[in-house]
Write a protein that binds this ligand. Structure first.
Ligand code: GLN
Length: 257
């Protein structure tokens, strides 16, 4: 039984490495196992690279604010970085099972997540916004969401908050882009999602807009396995990168406003 299990696990790992992208040029060939040896010093970051401008794929590479901040932290601490792309919903499990060393994915600090992982200090603020169709929308404010069909990305804070809206019919999609597609096709009345990806979706899809009224304020941080001593090191590196302006300049590179 054990043998069968490990064969399945090995197979799963191979599949994962096929999906891997390197954010630091030059170590794309390292395998999933290399992080477990001292010499390789590769840290695996679990992310969902469909969340522009924090993480998205460009020329076969994961780029974005999170990829660059992670790279800067790893550089400071003397690690190589390897980014593993997966469903958002799978990130925390990847971290708690040790498949990934840390998760970084525009991930909001929540009390519920804190029960399974540790978070670093926040590296940026974000807001949940409401996207609607420009014409004939039944939703013009947060209060209008009651009783409506609302699209969200599965397992996100948008999903969590909307689940509390009275009589809402929540449609959960594995990708934010699919929730937005459902909106443009009239299958849902609104989408609740983080503001920066929302802006990217609106820029890519004519006929939709972001409502002025925000849904909720949040903070993004990196998650690590509970008790992992890397968390303190990440916090020290992050503080230095905030203090010397690196974090700001990475954010400004991707968010021009
Ligand atoms: N900030 C949201 C969350 O943490 C969405 C993150 C994401 O979809 N990558 O749930």
């Amino acid at each position: 039984m054990k043998k069968i299990l490990s064969a399945i696990l090995a197979g799963a790992m191979l599949c994962t490495s096929a999906l891997m992208f390197s954010a630091c040029g030059g170590n794309a060939s390292s395998t999933a196992d290399s992080s477990k040896t001292e010499d390789a010093k590769v840290l695996h970051m679990a992310t969902n690279a469909a969340f522009e401008p924090y993480e998205y794929v460009e020329s076969n590479e994961v780029v974005g604010i999170d990829a660059e901040i992670a790279k800067a932290i790893c550089d400071k601490l003397g690690y190589q970085l390897q980014i593993d792309d997966m469903e958002f919903d799978a990130i925390i499990t990847a971290v708690t099972t040790g498949k990934a060393d840390f998760g970084m994915a525009g991930m909001t600090i929540t009390d519920e997540r804190k029960q399974s992982v540790d978070f670093t200090d926040p590296y940026t603020n974000a807001v949940q916004v409401i996207i609607v169709n420009e014409e004939d929308s039944k939703v013009a404010s947060k209060a209008d969401l009651e009783g409506k069909a609302i699209g969200v990305q599965l397992g996100t804070t948008g999903d969590l908050y909307v689940s509390d809206v009275n009589d809402a019919k929540v449609e959960r999609f594995s990708k934010g882009a699919d929730a937005v597609l459902a909106l443009t096709q009239g299958k849902v009345d609104a989408v609740v999602i983080d503001n920066q990806p929302a802006k990217a979706f609106v820029a890519q899809n004519p006929g939709i807009k972001i409502l002025e009224e925000d849904f909720a304020n949040e903070e993004y941080a990196i998650c690590l396995a509970k008790g992992n001593e890397l968390t303190a090191k990440f916090n020290t590196a992050l503080k230095e990168l905030k203090d010397d302006g690196t974090v700001d300049s990475i954010i400004k590179k991707y968010i021009k406003e």
